[in-house]
Structures are given as C-alpha cells and as structure tokens.
Design a protein around this ligand. Sequence first.
Ligand code: GLA
Length: 378
Amino acid sequence: MYGHVPTGVWSAPGRVNLIGEHTDYNDGFVLPFALPFRIAVAARARSDGLLAVTTVGDDGRPQRAEPVPVDALAPGGVTGWAAYPSGVSWVLRHEGFTSGADLVLAGDVPAGAGLSSSHALQCATALALLGLAGTELDEPGAPSRAEVAAWVQRSENEFVGVPTGLLDQTASLCCVKAHVLFLDVRSGEMEQVPFDPAAAGLDVLVIDTRARHSHGGSGYRERRAGCERAAESLGVPALRDVDPGGLDDALSRLPDELGPLVRHVVTENARVRRTVELLRAGRIAETGELLSASHESLRDDYRVSCLELDLAVDAARAAGALGARMTGGGFGGSAIALVPRNERNAIGDKVLATFAERSLPAPGLFTAVPARGARRDI
Ligand code: GLA
C-alpha cells in the first residue's frame, strides 16, 4: 500500500460482554471476553511526522485518509473513521510517544455489530504506534495494559467525542484465552476467571441482529447523564456505591425517571458478582438465568434494547437457550445466548426463522470462544 515492508504487525480483538452492561461508567463490574475476530495494523515509521492511514474494507478495497501532521492533531480536527486511529496518535503524543507512521488496518471484527470493532482498531493502533516508538507491551519499562486502555478511552472520549466507559478497551487489551475478565472498574482490579462453555456441553451463540439504530449515541449519553444526576442526588460518588440492601430507600428519594436507571445498575452489579461466583464454582449452566435477568433489566429499566434484540433473545430462549441477553451498549447490535451444544443449530435456525417471519434481515450467527487479547503478531 505504501511501497515498503512494514516494521511489524500488531492486532487486537473485538469482545462480547458476558454480563455487566452500562455498569462501567458507574464505577461497577463487567465480565467480558475477547472474540477470535481481530483488527490488525501493519505499521512503519515515517520521518516527516505525518500519520497516513489506510483501511482495507470487507470487499478488499482500500480507503485512504488524508495524511495529517501528528503535531497538529487536535480534538474535532479529524472526522469519520480516521478519527479513531488519529485520536490514538494524539493521545500517545501527549504521553511522549511521537511517531509519524504509515498504517494499514484490516480485520474481521463485524463492524457496527456492537462487538467493539472500533476498540479493536484503536487498541491495535496503540500497540503499533508504541511498537514503532520502541515500546512493546509486557516488556520491562512498558506501560501496563490497563494504562494503555485508559489512554485509548481518553482518545475516544476527548478526541473522537464519544463518552464511553472502560469496558471495551480493557477487554481488547487485557483478556486472555479461555477466560472471562472480571474487572472492577473503580479499583482497576482484574481477575481472569476460567470460562470453558464447551467443557460443560454449552456454547455462547452470538446473534448479530444487523439492527443499527441511529439514536444509539444520544441514548447512551442520556443514560450516562441520568446516572450521574442520580448519583449526585443520592450524595454518592457513583451508582456503584448504592448497596442492594439500600436500593428501596434510594429509589424512594429519586424522581420517577431516574429510579429505573439506578435499579438496573445496582441489580446488574449484583448479577455480575453472582455470575463470577457461579463460574468459579464451575456452575456455568446456572448463569443462564442471570443473563436473562440482565436482559429484562436492560429492556424494562434501562430501556436500551430494541425490537430486534428482544426478538433474538425471546426466540433463543423459547427454542431452549439457558439464558440470553443483549450485549454491548444496545439500540441494535448483538445478543448472546447460552445454549446446549447439541441444540445450537436448532436454536440458531429458530432465531433465523423468527426474523424471516417478520421480514427482518437475517441475523449473523456465530459461536464465540474466548480468545487472546492484543499483541504483536509479526
Ligand atoms: C459500550 C461502551 C462501553 C459500555 C457499554 C455498555 O460498549 O463503549 O463503555 O458502557 O456500551 O455496557
């Protein structure tokens, strides 16, 4: 693409979140795992201080962004997809890692499916730019993976202008194969919890509903702002601090429109902890009920589901899933279902038939196996 061989190739995965939705920006708990789908970045330093980025789409056709001087990058200065890699370059320059670079991005994380393709892109870009500056993760003196996740979040919040939490970046950087990552967002504490559904005769079926509702961005902002207002009126730093035992009291002190948000966050944090306890005890099948309860809470209290997500969840459950829920921010995107392995195909067919009956586009189906986090490949 740029007429020379890259110095290296770095990649980062997309994720699904098993449970713990809309809890990250409330200082709570999340439980994601990395998907085997990744975005890879081939990179080489440039001596003229420019950042030149090309992505290769599904169709194999390259899209080139206008090269920009790294020193001149500023929030709002780059729009569209190129804002994501540019923002990472911007934040790394502030952290002292300066490099003009040629980058070529390609991958197989389904775009717009709520599986964090944008975070895979940002995390892979971060690794590539650090690598060009002579810094490889996990080597002595390198920033920690959690630190890089925080930088990527800053880039997304301040440069791209999307107020997301820490879930997706941390998942892409810190997940390991065959485990879910139990992250306490407030303390930064992480536990890799073994997660092997196949050994229990189960599969995690991902259902990409293909729905992409345009009000997703504003819906996310409103929910987040609502949580902040609720925490302020309850006099706590974040909704994480509302104890399940004190929930009724908290609800009685809140205006009607904020109560359901608080109820979701408080009960969801409790469901994450319970899921982790069950997984530690090897009782994976029993987590299904918690997944379904999470979905109901996101649908009825947090109100971030949509027709297609509800349809996928209901159809999977009716066909024999042990539990199912939307995953990610909502307003479209993907659902997950915990299904008996030998019923996986029948359940998938039922979901497809349900969508066909409603004349909705056929969902994309795949089985998700927990894969490794970001790394240097070549
Ligand atoms: C999106 C955001 C995350 C998180 C989820 C909801 O994926 O990027 O930070 O808030 O929504 O759990």
